[in-house]
Design a protein around this ligand. Structure first.
Ligand SMILES: Cc1cc2nc3c(=O)[nH]c(=O)nc-3n(C[C@H](O)[C@H](O)[C@H](O)COP(=O)(O)OP(=O)(O)OC[C@H]3O[C@@H](n4cnc5c(N)ncnc54)[C@H](O)[C@@H]3O)c2cc1C
Length: 299
């Protein structure tokens, strides 16, 4: 099958793209890396009158540390993020999670903005944005606004972006000293979308108690979700006194994940608890290492 006919524009400036999105609104679609959109068009699962290809807009690309925030242009390729030194130093979780996205051919074209805007409930980047407390900056002809990742992800393949809005950048806060991160997932084969995945970011205080924790699962609901009750239960607690297996079991008991051809909801719920426990164990070990001067010198 071939895609239904559409008009194509490839602006080189953000303002040009915004004018087109404003003119065509619901009938227009942004084309980024095309790794999700092109198959949908080719299978006629989506059709639009006007494609706005933003690949030639240089201003949407790049990675820059601004104060304590890593600002990543929406059109930055996943492969660039995977290898970037600033990302590895200031947002290592993002670099680590990128390796789970499909195969290198996909990552060479796929973009961070496209992945977050697409909001696949089993995708890594929306979940990592939620874990790290990232925001996105978006624009329309009416102006710019920032949206917290938790408010952006509405449901499966749906965000709170308006049709005439363009995602400009992803703003990832740098977590401070004594922070540790983990991402793990269960997939049928390397490169497949996760059946269930998760990520954790923790900060420990001087006494090895939990100063801050964000724990996220994906593939268990219509969008990536934070395990807020677990985060609250471990806040302020000394790491060595936590019964992580029990806490993870309690935190995942109420989940009702979807069933599909890849796995049943019951299987997904079954693996969510050990996955959550493993996320926390890894993140705590890494947070301790990050605060250990002998480990840092050895790195
Ligand atoms: C074989 C295969 C395996 C894959 N495996 C994985 C995987 O394991 N994990 C994973 O996370 N992903 C996976 N993907 C998807 C891949 O990561 C895509 O790159 C990503 O989902 C979409 O990014 P894109 O840049 O290609 O966006 P596109 O496909 O071009 O666009 C996706 C959607 O986002 C919108 N959009 C894009 N950019 C913007 C913007 N700047 N502002 C507003 N809206 C925008 C588009 O209009 C469209 O609705 C896989 C894809 C393939 C083909």
């Amino acid at each position: 099958m071939k895609a239904a006919p559409f008009d194509y524009a490839a602006p080189t400036e953000v303002d040009e793209a915004l004018a087109l999105l404003d003119e065509f609104a619901e009938d227009a679609k942004v084309l980024a890396g095309g790794q999700s959109l092109v198959p949908l068009l080719a299978l006629r699962m989506s059709r639009f009158d006007q494609l706005v290809d933003v690949n030639r807009i240089e201003a949407l690309r790049g990675i820059e540390l601004v104060g304590e925030t890593l600002v990543i242009g929406a059109m930055t390729r996943q492969a660039t993020i995977e290898r970037d030194e600033e990302v590895r130093r200031h947002a290592p979780l993002l670099a680590e999670a990128t390796r789970y996205i499909g195969h290198f051919q996909i990552r060479n074209r796929g973009t961070i903005g496209g992945s977050i805007a697409h909001a696949d409930p089993t995708a890594e980047y929306p979940a990592i944005a939620l874990t790290l407390g990232a925001e996105v900056e978006v624009a329309s002809v009416r102006g710019r606004r920032r949206i917290d990742a938790g408010e952006l992800l509405e449901s499966a393949y749906t965000t709170t972006l308006e049709p005439e809005e363009l995602l400009l950048s992803v703003r990832v806060p740098v977590w401070g000293a004594r922070s540790g991160f983990a991402v793990h997932e269960i997939a049928r084969r390397t490169g497949d979308f996760a059946l269930v995945g998760g990520a954790a970011a923790v900060t420990l205080d001087e006494a090895d108690a939990v100063a801050r924790a964000h724990v996220v699962l994906f593939g268990v609901a219509d969008r990536a979700i934070r395990l807020s009750s677990l985060e609250a239960a471990i806040a302020g607690q000394p790491v060595d006194q936590l019964d992580l297996a029990e806490l993870a079991r309690e935190a995942t008991a109420e989940l009702r994940p979807p069933s599909d051809v890849q796995a049943t909801g019951a299987y997904r719920r079954r693996v969510a608890a050990p996955l959550t426990e493993r996320l926390l164990r890894t993140a705590f070990v890494r947070a301790r290492r990050a605060g250990d001067p002998t480990e840092e010198a050895a790195r």
